[in-house]
Every structure is written in C-alpha cells, then in structure tokens.
Write a protein that binds this ligand. Structure first.
Ligand SMILES: [Zn+2]
Length: 83
C-alpha cells in the first residue's frame, strides 16, 4: 500500500500537508485525515482527530487563514479560549 501520510509525496500537497487542525487547534500538525460532520462534509483533521464523531466535527472552525507565529497568534488564542 502506498504511504499517503509519509515522505516526499507530501511536499506536493498544499502547505506540505500541514496546518492547524480545525478541531483540536493543534498547530503545524499534518492534516491528512478526515472527519465527517453532520452535514456529511469532509474535514481535513490531524491524526488525533481522525474519525471523530459528527457532533465534535460540527464544532470545527476554519483555520486556513490563521497564523501561529507570535505576532499572528492573537486570533488563535481567542478561539482556544472560547472552548
Ligand atoms: Zn486535531
């Protein structure tokens, strides 16, 4: 079976397969796993959040626009505090 979550193949994916997980808000994790929310929409999540239930997936927040370096971190911290 091909390694879909490891190695050179990831370099071609957007931001090398990494980002902020929309569910647990972990930064720079690999977003290569999927969870389905109650509307049947697929979300890219981290390994820890792989196939969480629909109720948890509904709480996902969009994270594509978020930065996590110090000066960009304010909004991420607010979202973390909100849960
Ligand atoms: Zn996660």
């Amino acid at each position: 079976m091909a390694k879909t979550t490891r190695g050179k193949g990831l370099w071609k994916t957007p931001s090398r397969g990494r980002g902020i997980c929309p569910i647990c808000l972990s930064t720079r994790v690999k977003l290569l796993y999927s969870a389905t929310n109650s509307e049947g929409k697929l979300l890219k999540v981290c390994k820890k959040c792989n196939s969480v239930d629909a109720a948890t997936a509904d709480k996902a927040v969009p994270t594509e626009h978020l930065g996590y370096r110090r000066k960009l971190r304010k909004e991420l911290n607010q979202q973390k505090a909100a849960r």
